[in-house]
Design a protein around this ligand. Structure first.
Ligand SMILES: Nc1nc2c(ncn2[C@@H]2O[C@H](COP(=O)(O)OP(=O)(O)O)[C@@H](O)[C@H]2O)c(=O)[nH]1
Ligand SMILES: [Mg+2]
Length: 215
C-alpha cells in the first residue's frame, strides 16, 4: 500500500476547476472506498483583520462560507482600524471551510471573530472543537491577548500562526513567546494566510500537536 499522499501530492483534478480557479473537490477525490473518516472541528481565531477570512478562503476545498459585510460607519467606531491595511469588510458572524488532510482526517474550520462583542458566540463555537489555530499579527500583539485568554478560558489547546504581512520585520520567536506568555510546548509557526501551502502547513502543525496531546 502506498503511504498517504502529502498535501503537495493531492490528486490533480484536471477539468474540475471552477471559474475562479478554485478546485471543486469532492470527497471521492480524497477518500478511498471504505475509508473511515474522522471529522475534526478546528477554530481559526484571532483579532479583527488578522487574516481569518483570508486564511480559510485560501485553504478551503469547498467554497468557503463567509459572512462579510461592508463595514458601516457604526462598526468603524467600534473596530479599531488603526494600522489595518485596506480593510473594508468585517466578518459579522463567522467563516466556515473544510480541508481534508489525510484519508482519515477531515478538518472543519470555523473562523471565529475576535471582537469582544462576539464573545457569546464562543460558547457554541468552542463546543466539540479539538483545538484552535490562533492567528497573530506580530505588529499588533496586544490585540491577541484577549483572544488567547478566551481560548484558554474554554480549555482549548492551540497553536500560534504568525501571519506575515508584507514589509513587516520578522519577530524573533523567543520574544513573541515571551510577549504572548506562551507555554514552552505551544507550537509557533509563521504563515502567509493568502498562501494555500503555507496555511496548510500551519494547520498540519496544529493538528499534529493536538493529536499528540490527545494521546
Ligand atoms: N500582506 C498580507 N495581507 C494579508 C494577509 N492576510 C490577510 N491579509 C489582508 O489583511 C486584511 C484583513 O484580512 P481578513 O482575512 O479580512 O481578516 P479577518 O478580519 O481576520 O477575517 C485583508 O485586506 C487581507 O487581504 C497576509 O498574510 N499578508
Ligand atoms: Mg473575516
Amino acid at each position: 500500500m502506498a503511504s498517504e499522499p502529502s498535501l503537495d501530492e493531492r490528486p490533480s483534478l484536471s477539468g474540475r476547476q471552477s471559474l475562479d480557479g478554485r478546485q471543486n473537490l469532492g470527497e471521492r477525490d480524497y477518500v478511498s472506498a471504505g475509508a473511515t473518516q474522522t471529522a475534526v472541528k478546528i477554530l481559526v481565531v484571532g483579532h479583527f483583520a488578522v487574516g481569518k477570512t483570508t486564511f480559510i478562503g485560501s485553504i478551503s476545498e469547498i467554497e468557503p462560507l463567509s459572512t462579510e459585510e461592508t463595514m458601516t460607519r457604526a462598526a468603524e467606531a467600534i473596530d479599531d482600524l488603526k494600522g489595518v491595511r485596506g480593510k473594508t469588510t468585517t466578518t459579522v458572524a463567522m467563516d466556515f471551510g473544510r480541508l481534508t488532510i489525510s484519508e482519515r482526517v477531515v478538518l472543519y474550520l470555523f473562523g471565529t471573530p475576535g471582537q469582544m462583542r462576539f464573545v457569546q458566540m464562543w460558547e457554541d463555537m468552542a463546543r466539540g472543537a479539538l483545538g484552535a489555530l490562533v492567528l497573530v499579527d506580530p505588529e499588533r500583539l496586544a490585540d491577541s491577548f484577549a483572544v488567547i485568554d478566551l481560548i484558554e478560558q474554554y480549555g482549548l489547546d492551540y497553536a500560534i500562526a504568525v501571519n506575515h504581512f508584507d514589509g513587516n520585520p520578522e519577530r524573533a520567536e523567543a520574544s513573541l513567546r515571551e510577549a504572548l506568555d506562551l507555554l514552552d510546548d505551544t507550537p509557533v509557526v509563521t504563515c502567509d494566510a493568502r498562501d494555500e501551502k503555507s496555511s496548510a502547513a500551519a494547520l498540519t502543525t496544529l493538528v499534529s500537536y493536538l493529536l499528540a496531546r490527545a494521546g
